[in-house]
Design a protein around this ligand. Structure first.
Ligand code: SAH
Length: 407
């Protein structure tokens, strides 16, 4: 069935996703047409105007796993918020600021860059008689605050985590406003990838064209896939766990307290994975999770802290982020259990518009291409190396620590 995009998806993805494909030759190539870089101000205007749309905020509020995770992480850990100065770096409707106030924060700066800030002011006036929340219309990384903050709470994640590039501005805002011993909420994020089978998608986009009133129109299917791959879009869809045909594998992970700008501009990762069942290798799925589990130097606080995870993967309840799939155009999609497949994914911030990333996927040959070390695939030499590393780890753990020896 054709998929109707959700609004946030529609507005944000429509003009933003660029994908560089080179699946057939195994290397990434530049985007099809190099466009002139857009002026920053124009990019910002377009971007923030898209957030002036009430339906986008409704979509986010109605994303229960998302909003529940923030509510739980903040209210179940109200001790961490009591008496603290907080910045909600992307306030929108102010929902996270209101949670922070409810948890006992002394002061919350609700920062919103889009014109939606005027509605945010009205919402805050209605719900914050005490005047704990102060709305600031501006960009979190540019505004000035009268004091450093103890906690930055923010919902900045885009499709496959990095889309929209909000992490850049979060890092800049953190450097400008967070105290040395301050914490980030969420505190950690991880991007995962896995091989997937997508029968319905292939039926809809490929097989459908095989028999149209008795005529074969398969060239249209080829064009559809080619368009998607060369300058088109990756797919944003909800997968079922049963569609994964390899174990999820970590693409990258960030400690949000310390991650630096150069770590988010350009990423690439080579993977070889073992296929877990006979099936069809139709694409590589990408998704992320975020953890609310900051590091506390005070042991008592650390012990009492209740960690929360927001998981946008296929085995968790669906969120508006869904999963991102880069379709793999293999003529023969059949794969067998224990077969090894390999790919290199690149994510490169676009020079044309730094809010966009170019996703690249190149297929690798497990026999010819070099495997990373360590490698998760079950090929003899990788499995042997993994076993040796495991043994080394086990041996290391068995060494008694100095206190045990001296007592
Ligand atoms: N916190 C809200 C809204 C999250 S959506 C919620 O959880 O429902 C992100 C919001 O951040 C949007 O309203 C967008 O306009 C705003 N935003 C994006 N980048 C920003 C920046 N650099 N500074 C301030 N606000 C920003």
């Amino acid at each position: 069935m054709p998929r109707r995009p959700d609004l946030r998806e529609f507005v944000l993805i429509k003009r933003t996703m660029e994908i560089v494909d080179s699946a057939t030759n195994g290397t990434s190539s530049p985007p099809p047409q190099a466009k002139k870089p857009k002026e920053d101000a124009k990019v910002d205007l377009e971007y923030f105007n898209s957030y002036d749309d009430i339906n986008i905020h409704k979509l986010m509020l109605q994303d229960k796993p998302r909003t529940d995770a923030y509510e739980k992480a903040i209210l179940d850990n109200s001790d961490v918020f009591k008496g603290k100065i907080v910045m909600d770096g992307r306030a929108g409707t102010g929902i996270l600021s209101l949670f922070c106030k409810k948890a006992g924060a002394k002061k919350v700066y609700a920062v919103e860059a889009s014109p939606f800030a005027s509605l945010l002011k009205e919402i805050v006036e209605l719900n914050d008689e005490e005047g704990v929340i102060e709305v600031i219309h501006g960009k979190a990384e540019e505004i000035n605050l009268p004091q450093q903050v103890d906690i930055i709470v923010s919902e900045w994640m885009g499709f496959y985590l990095l889309h929209e590039s909000m992490l850049d501005s979060l890092i800049k805002a953190r450097e400008k406003h967070l105290q040395d011993d301050g914490i980030m909420f969420p505190s950690h994020a991880r991007i995962y990838c896995a091989a997937v089978q997508m029968d319905d998608y292939m039926e809809d986009n490929v097989s459908y064209w095989q028999n149209i009133y008795g005529f074969n129109m398969l060239p249209v299917a080829t064009r559809v896939l080619e368009n998607k791959l060369s300058g088109g879009q990756p797919e944003i869809l909800n997968l079922k766990d049963s569609q994964l045909i390899s174990a999820p594998s970590v693409f990258t992970e960030y400690d949000l307290r310390w991650v630096q700008l150069d770590e988010v501009k350009s990423l690439s990762d080579r993977k070889f994975v073992s296929i877990t069942r006979d099936g069809k290798f139709h694409g590589v799925a990408i998704w992320f999770d975020c953890n609310f589990k900051p590091i506390f130097y005070d042991e008592e606080v650390a012990e009492k802290f209740k960690a929360v995870k927001l998981d946008t993967g296929p085995s968790a309840p669906p969120t508006h982020w869904k999963q991102t799939v880069i379709v793999v155009p293999r003529d023969d999609a059949d794969v067998e259990k224990d077969e090894i497949v390999g790919w290199e994914i690149t994510m490169q911030q676009s020079e044309n518009n730094p809010r966009h990333y170019q996703l690249g996927l190149g297929l690798l040959d497990p026999e010819l291409d070099e495997h990373p070390v360590p490698c998760e695939c079950k090929m003899a030499r990788c499995a042997l190396f993994a076993a040796l590393m495991q043994k080394e780890d086990d041996d290391f753990e068995e060494v008694p620590n100095i206190e045990d020896v001296s007592s």
